[in-house]
Design a protein around this ligand. Sequence first.
Ligand code: NDP
Length: 329
Amino acid sequence: MAYLPKEDRYTAMKYNRCGRSGLQLPAVAFGLWHNFGGMTLFENSRAMVRKAFDLGITHFDLANNYGPPPGAAEENFGRILKQDLHGHRDELIISTKAGYEMWPGPYGNWGSKKYLVASLNQSLTRLGLEYVDIFYHHRPDPNTPLEETMSALDLIVRQGKALYVGISNYGVEETKKAIAILKELGTPCSIHQMSYSMFNRWSEQGLLSLLKAEGVGSIAFSPLAKGLLTDRYLKGIPADSRAAGSSIFLNPQDITAEKVATVQRLNELAAARGQSLAQMALAWLLRGGQLTSVLIGASKVSQVEDCVGALKRLDFTGDELEQIEEILK
Ligand code: NDP
């Protein structure tokens, strides 16, 4: 049956302005790092994208190397766009990135102009698109002048292959320099994609305040600590979880008794607020409007639904915030 997006899809979602740009992004965005590769069930990936769009998630995040194999997530998302969302391109914000190893030889990795331009051309072919909405440099390159990497982003925008550009995994000082170079080139840095969760708070040490002062948007990746900040691992390691699967990014050794004890206490607090732990973890990141978006992943349609449900309760009492600090100590 042909997919017809829900007519009321824009009613429940919250849209936040991305820094000082004209772009509004959904408070919850959907990332395709896991569960969109060649080894996963295509119909499940497709169902998650449909559900996300029905819930007002307009922003889908990719990278050249998402799979496995690298490139497969862009190819699969390209198929879904064609099959289900072809009439809705102007309602979508699609982002991709380059910065990690993608093809052999000296031009398939890091931050040269050669790599970034070629990689985006390949991504557009896989996605079946003429342009992406946001193109990121995925990680800093210590051996390429930052001016060259930033001028590649500027070129890509002038070529019409991306509308906005961003950086990811850049530290505070690198971010400051990148923002300044892009400003001078006339293509603003629109967004920074950083790791941020209750278990990973490095961006609170200067990055978030810098982005706010500079009018740059912020989107937190792995906001659920790859699944740890949910009820997933409270009773062991489920066979269908990321930790049990072939992903090298979360392993059974990461699910320590100490972590589970912390998660258990957070889970009780979330229940007292009338939320799932995933919902509370997302609401906590969005507290006080400090971020533009949280960028979730999922393996099931029900998880996408649960995560968007976080928006029903974003406020925290002072006491709840103190309890969270105490638990995280
Ligand atoms: P999360 O921290 O949101 O973890 C997602 C995992 O959490 C899911 O796969 C699922 O685990 C579990 N989960 C999600 N929702 C629920 C729920 N409601 N209840 C219970 N469990 C839940 O994010 P990811 O690590 O997947 O990263 C998200 C996105 O961020 C990526 O897709 C990518 O776009 C981006 N990213 C960017 C990086 C960068 O360098 N710029 C690096 C990493 C990610 P399970 O699969 O076990 O069911």
